[in-house]
Design a protein around this ligand. Structure first.
Ligand code: BGC
Length: 739
């Protein structure tokens, strides 16, 4: 745990500047608006360690695969979210000396992310050159109400001298990804221009040919002359003014960001100019008011209030804030990368995280259309999933959805994950079921859902094989959700979800056949469904699937041979060796009993109605002590199950771990970016964990518990057109219906 941030119910606060924390802070203080996002890099030059990051949703590059030894079936490339034109740059000189926080003397430093308003602010006092002190304040936001606009206000105040302040504000399209397999450049320059206080840069991704245009324009609070200059993929506007002691030079930078996803490529430049000018004409304050109003309206529906525990309160708002600025649900082509707009890791691509973790959050906090859209995203990738399975040797329309994707094609390339972590297919089928259970939108099955389920069912029916000695079906050579085990046989979770998918597909066939025979006939034809034969095979697998168990107990074994391992618990580990993935060899991890993330327990979470409380307890008591939670996706599931079992202390511990994972940097990796997808799990930990929310028979049920440290909490969910607000305090709980 690394803790240096201050607690506040609505703000993330950093006091004092320690370069050691700069990269983590750049992640934690990131801002975005669903269309684009920006790490909290400094505006002015910074020669210390930094990870520059400006990301634009949906714009990616297929970076040629790099592996030690090629294996047939590997994808050709890994799609990567791109570090794009850096639009925040404002270089500052004071009487000729450049401001750089790595080299000047800092007297004071304060950074704040105001989550209620969506504003990032820094204030500091620096001594530059020969004892000249300036106070600096920088505020910026990515407009939530104008999705192609951002604005920065940057002010410099000399406090012990009168002198000349020079600003050089730039757009820099000559950027690289930190994570590039062959050190290639992903962007090609297209155009750059600058005149007086305005300028722009257009770049184009190599291979994928996305065009990105960024334009800027400025105002300064004092009379000044602007000069403008360009070089390849760069534009800059500079001005300097004499500032008397105690007065301020205040620069406003208005930025328009338009990609060819949202404008024809040839017009992106014009559009970006138009956006930046519209921002300038509106003005910083008016734009900020609109932006704040948009955040206020978002918070009015998604806020979770926790009384009596400021750290828990701050954390849940941080998670909700990040989710809302990552994905707004307005564009069906977009999805939610594990790091959102906060880092390059995981390539900004879509993982099973979306279906398994994010869907419930968006389903309960946004109009139904948003969750439906997340499902349609996968429907639109069905042909690629069929092609992906075909490449691996499956036939007849079997579909294997990718572990990692931007456009439906697989782009992950570790054999133990690409080929073996096939449980992901189950999460996609589960999401359709979960969505229909929550929304009652059965039409979805007739329109799109059944198509996906048939492809997935066909995959499982070919992936299993009958074992004569076990007299049952087995699934060999897989990686379960616990990636600290590879190539195992009969991962309980995978076997369970495979069987469940087959049942669900049969149910879906029946539903569509009865309720929309025309759609059924059309799909049967399109997918060459051999109904009788396929159903018979699926039923046979369902009835004869093999599941490993620990004899004489209710414990489902994670995989064959699990008990051969030395049975230690996480409490036996030397704290200095945690996280083990940063201290142990991979081989040692694989042989160990330690579990990266919920695996059997993930199954018990998804399918809790299939199991008794005694089974849940037996498995939780067995697996929780062996779990090291080195995946961000783990503690939220354990929090929900612990709450269900009445293990209040454990539920609270897991809640704090999931909700403050990045703020307190539990896994020492916040510098790489935030764990955005697990933030939806944090929300689930409150709503489904402490709030005990479940859907049964088309109704919402709540069975709240109040953690000892909390005085009260409240949350709201949208369910079938109604808003439900749940209040829980020491006297009990109540649910209000209506807004
Ligand atoms: C987890 C996966 C997850 C991925 C992206 C990995 O560390 O083990 O389950 O999909 O991160 O979040």
């Amino acid at each position: 745990m690394i803790r240096y941030l201050h607690t506040d119910p609505w703000r993330i606060i950093q006091k004092g500047f320690n370069p050691k924390h700069q990269r983590s802070s750049e992640s934690i203080f990131s801002i975005g608006n669903g269309r684009f996002g920006q790490r909290a890099n400094h505006e002015e030059s910074y020669s210390g360690e930094t990870l520059q990051g400006s990301y634009v949703a949906g714009v990616y590059y297929p970076d040629k695969t790099r592996v030690g030894w090629w294996k047939n079936g590997y994808p050709e490339y890994f799609a990567k979210v791109l570090n794009s034109t850096n639009w925040i740059g404002i270089r500052v000189w004071v009487d000729g000396a450049e401001l750089d926080l790595a080299s000047c003397q800092l007297i004071d430093f304060y950074r704040e992310l105001d989550m209620r308003r969506g504003l990032l602010t820094r204030r500091f006092s620096a001594i530059i050159g020969d004892g000249k002190q300036v106070d600096v304040e920088a505020m910026r936001f990515c407009s939530m109400s104008r999705d192609a606009q951002a604005a920065i206000r940057y002010s410099v105040t000399p406090v012990n001298f009168s002198g000349v302040v020079r600003f050089e504000s730039c757009l820099d399209g000559d950027v690289r990804n930190h994570d590039a397999n062959y050190d290639e450049r992903f962007w090609a320059p297209v155009d750059q221009w600058a005149e007086a206080s305005s300028g722009g840069v257009v770049t184009r991704t190599r291979k994928t040919e996305f065009e990105l245009a960024v334009a800027m324009t400025h105002t300064l609070n004092r009379e000044s002359v602007w000069e403008a200059f360009t070089s390849q993929a760069r534009a800059a506007c500079a001005t300097e003014v004499r500032v008397p002691n105690g007065h301020s030079a205040v620069l406003h930078k208005y930025v328009g960001i338009v990609s060819s996803l949202h404008a024809p490529a040839a017009q992106a430049g014009e559009e970006a100019i138009r956006e930046s000018l519209a921002a300038r004409d509106t003005g910083f304050e008016a734009m900020r008011e609109e932006h704040e109003a948009r955040w206020a309206s978002i918070w009015s529906t998604v806020d979770i209030r926790i009384d009596g525990d400021p750290e828990a309160q701050q954390a849940i708002r941080f998670n909700i804030f990040q989710l809302n600025q990552t994905y707004t649900g307005e564009d069906a082509r977009l999805n939610i990368g594990p790091k959102g707009f906060t880092g390059e890791k995981y390539g900004g691509s879509t993982y099973w995280d979306t279906e398994a973790y994010c869907l419930p959050f968006y389903m309960s906090t946004k109009p139904q259309q948003v969750a439906r859209q997340l499902l349609i995203y996968r429907y639109q990738h069905l042909q690629q999933a069929i092609e992906n399975a075909r490449k691996l040797g499956f036939t007849g329309g079997a579909a294997l959805y990718p572990m990692v994707t931007m456009n439906g094609e697989e782009c992950h390339n570790e054999w133990e994950i690409t080929f073996e972590e096939i449980h992901r297919n189950g999460a996609i089928a589960y999401a359709i079921w979960n969505y229909i259970r929550y929304t009652g939108d059965h039409r979805y099955l007739c329109e799109f859902g059944l198509d996906v389920l048939i492809g997935i069912a066909r995959f499982w029916s070919q992936r299993v094989n009958y074992s004569e000695p076990r007299k049952g079906y087995v699934i060999l050579g897989v990686t379960g959700p616990n990636e600290y085990e590879n190539n195992v046989n009969n991962n309980w979770y995978t076997n369970y979800i495979a069987t469940w998918c087959l049942k669900w597909c049969i149910e879906a066939l029946d539903y569509v056949k009865t309720h929309d025979p025309k759609a059924f006939a059309e799909k049967a034809l399109r997918y060459e469904l051999n109904e009788e034969e396929e159903r018979t095979r699926w039923m046979d697998i369902i009835s004869r699937m093999y599941f490993p168990v620990l004899e004489g107990t209710d414990v489902f074994l994670q995989q064959d041979g699990f008990m051969d391992k030395e049975q230690l618990t996480a409490a036996d580990l030397d704290p200095l060796e945690r996280p083990i993935n940063q201290h142990w060899s991979w081989d040692r991890i694989l042989r160990s009993v330690f579990i990266k993330q919920a695996d059997v327990l993930q199954g018990l979470y998804f399918f809790e109605d299939d199991f008794s409380a005694a089974q849940l307890k037996a498995n939780f008591d067995f697996y929780e002590p062996r779990t090291v939670h080195e995946s961000s996706l783990s503690p939220c599931v354990h929090a929900i199950l612990a709450a269900r079992l009445g293990y209040e202390e454990k539920a609270y511990e897991m809640y704090m771990r999931t909700s403050r994972l990045d703020l307190d940097d539990y896994n020492h990796e916040a510098h790489e970016g935030l764990h955005i997808t697990s933030m939806a799990g944090t929300w689930m930990a409150v709503v489904q964990g402490f709030g005990g929310m479940r859907v049964q028979d088309n109704q919402l049920l709540f069975s709240p518990m109040l953690p000892a440290r909390w005085e009260a909490y409240q949350f709201r969910v949208l369910f079938r057109g109604q808003v439900y607000t749940v209040f829980v305090d020491r006297t009990g709980h109540r649910v209000e219906v209506g807004s």
